[in-house]
Write a protein that binds this ligand. Structure first.
Ligand code: APR
Length: 233
């Protein structure tokens, strides 16, 4: 890995599991307790906005109560110390990468602590519930929605992400099941661009065989060890 200069890291719910935030597809995961069609699509929001807002109000509170773990801190250290290009692309809506100190982070599925006004298009940092339909601080309309990419919507920053993936020497996937596209396709794009590929995950993901190397275990152990290795090289 000595030749790796440009690194793209994709993170998923698994990196925040040890911070107490539920993953989606585990037995006790969010999609076992809630139907995606009821809470995470534009149609669900049109049909029952209060139910959807309450689901994200709950997730926002969980994010506010969580703390970064050793895996977030290790990536923040890598972000600080890595001399080449580095981009952390997260599917997570929590802000634990940032709270650990990372700055080169893109939230492709949106952010729990942001609200987006459907009337004037403004985005606002947001920590309060949206369930009681507060007015937009910019235009005064009660038209705020969670700033989250729902199923059927276009992930954020795709052009920038794909440009980084195709320039990467190393692509690393951490704590994601590989069930949701386009993120699940990044490993293939990276391979086609001749990047090395590494997966760090608790269980084998769906696309595990596409990676050059897979290391299985909890993120809080695997990520600090990998960062140490990379920086020592
Ligand atoms: N350390 C490392 N990996 C872990 C840990 C852990 N402590 N705990 C769980 N994992 C792994 C699981 O083995 C699983 O492969 O994290 C992965 C979590 O998978 P998902 O629950 O499917 O989460 P994710 O891949 O982030 O989901 C992608 O789906 O519904 C959407 O928009 C949502 O961004 C999300 C997307």
């Amino acid at each position: 890995m000595t030749s790796s200069r440009n690194i793209v890291i994709l993170t998923g719910a698994g990196i925040s599991a040890e911070s107490g935030l539920a993953t989606f597809r585990a037995e006790d995961g969010l999609w076992e307790e809630h139907r995606v069609e009821d809470v995470a699509t534009p149609e669900a929001f049109a049909r029952d906005p209060v139910l959807v807002q309450r689901f994200y109000d709950m997730r926002r509170s969980a994010v506010l109560a969580a703390q970064p773990n050793a895996a977030h801190r290790a990536l923040a250290r890598l972000d600080r110390e890595w001399p080449g290009d580095l981009l952390i692309v997260t599917q997570n809506i929590d802000d634990l990468h940032e709270r650990a100190g990372a700055t080169r982070v893109l939230h492709m599925h949106g952010e729990a602590l942001s609200a987006w006004c459907m009337a004037c298009d403004a985005r606002h940092p947001w920590r309060e519930p949206l369930g009681d339909n507060p007015p937009c601080p910019a235009c005064g309309m009660a038209a705020l929605r969670p700033d989250i990419v729902w199923f059927g919507e276009m992930p954020y920053q795709m052009e920038r992400i794909l440009a980084a993936v195709t320039r990467a020497d190393l692509f690393v996937s951490i704590g994601t099941s590989g069930a949701v596209y386009p993120a699940a396709g990044f490993v293939q794009a990276a391979t086609e661009a001749r990047a090395g590929t590494l997966e760090l995950n608790l269980d084998r993901s769906l696309g595990s065989r596409l990676f050059d190397e897979t290391r299985l275990g909890p993120a809080s152990a695997l990520v600090p060890a990998w960062v140490e290795e990379l920086l020592a090289d």
